[in-house]
Design a protein around this ligand. Structure first.
Ligand code: GLN
Length: 266
């Protein structure tokens, strides 16, 4: 009996330790080569970084990950999932990399490691074309839509919690485009710059977008930088990703791809 109790205790302790360390799985380059594929999670509703074109998943992140897989000598195995599950999937080892225009934040850094930043963005607001672009203060008491689990979601949620957006309702959608499609029911959508501009481009002049500013003209949130997410401690894999990212930034390829996919989307 005593033995069973101590075994149980050991199990509970182990489980607790695993819970707090996030049960992370570190893939070495050797592990990845053995698997023969680089398992990447993304969310395909985020042009120009990942979107469906001609029934194919394309975009800046897809091209960067294709290069990383080539460098590793393996196939790219990319999966389209809900954005708010990606960091957890990377943390648990279901995915080797999260590549989804993921903003590098201090909070996410507690769960995963990030590559060098590969591009920057800022928060934009989308409204119906016949409305004025609202300031943060104008959004008080209104209904706002965001993509669930994104930095836009976190920003608006914090503004509600700190009282700036008293009485504002926040609704989470699976993609920014779905949030924009609800603009008859809701008043505004907050999302990242390029994605907002592409949604507006595809709206037949029915929508408009601009930077989300406060009434005093300052930006609502600090500029953000995107990085690729890997399980904490994945130094080898991160080194390969960083090599590709550094090369593609230096050669101007990242910006060229942003333009190419910007034109292709919608
Ligand atoms: N950059 C935003 C974030 O990380 C949105 C990313 C996305 O929707 N794919 O939260």
């Amino acid at each position: 009996m005593k033995k069973i109790v101590s075994l149980l205790l050991i199990c509970v302790t182990l489980l607790t330790v695993l819970m707090f360390t996030g049960c992370g799985k570190v893939y070495t380059v050797e592990d990845i080569k053995k698997e023969g594929k680089l398992v990447v999670y993304t969310e395909a509703g985020f042009a120009p970084y990942e979107f469906i074109y001609d029934n194919k998943l394309v975009g800046v992140d897809v091209d960067v990950m294709t290069k990383v897989a080539e460098k590793l000598g393996v196939e790219l195995d990319i999966h389209d999932v809900n954005f708010d599950t990606i960091v957890g999937a990377v943390q648990s080892g279901k995915a080797m990399v999260g590549a989804a225009g993921i903003t590098i934040t201090e909070d996410r850094k507690k769960s995963v490691d990030f590559s060098h930043p590969y591009t920057k963005t800022e928060q934009y607001v989308i409204v119906k074309a016949d409305k004025d672009i609202p300031t943060v203060e104008d959004l008080k008491g209104k209904n706002i839509g965001v993509q669930q689990g994104t930095t836009s979601d976190i920003l608006v949620d914090n503004l509600i919690k700190d009282g700036t957006l008293d009485g504002t309702t926040l609704t989470g959608y699976n993609t920014p485009a779905l949030a924009a499609a609800a603009l008859d029911k809701i008043d505004a959508v907050v999302t990242d710059k390029l994605t907002a501009q592409i949604i507006v481009k595809g709206s037949n002049d029915s929508l408009k977008t601009d930077k989300l500013l406060k009434a005093d003209g300052n930006v609502a949130a600090e500029p953000e930088a995107y990085g690729y997410a890997v399980a904490k401690g994945s130094e080898e894999l991160l080194a390969v990703i960083n090599e590709v990212v550094d090369e593609m930034i230096a050669s101007g390829e990242i910006s060229a791809l942003e333009e190419k996919y910007n034109d292709m989307a919608n």
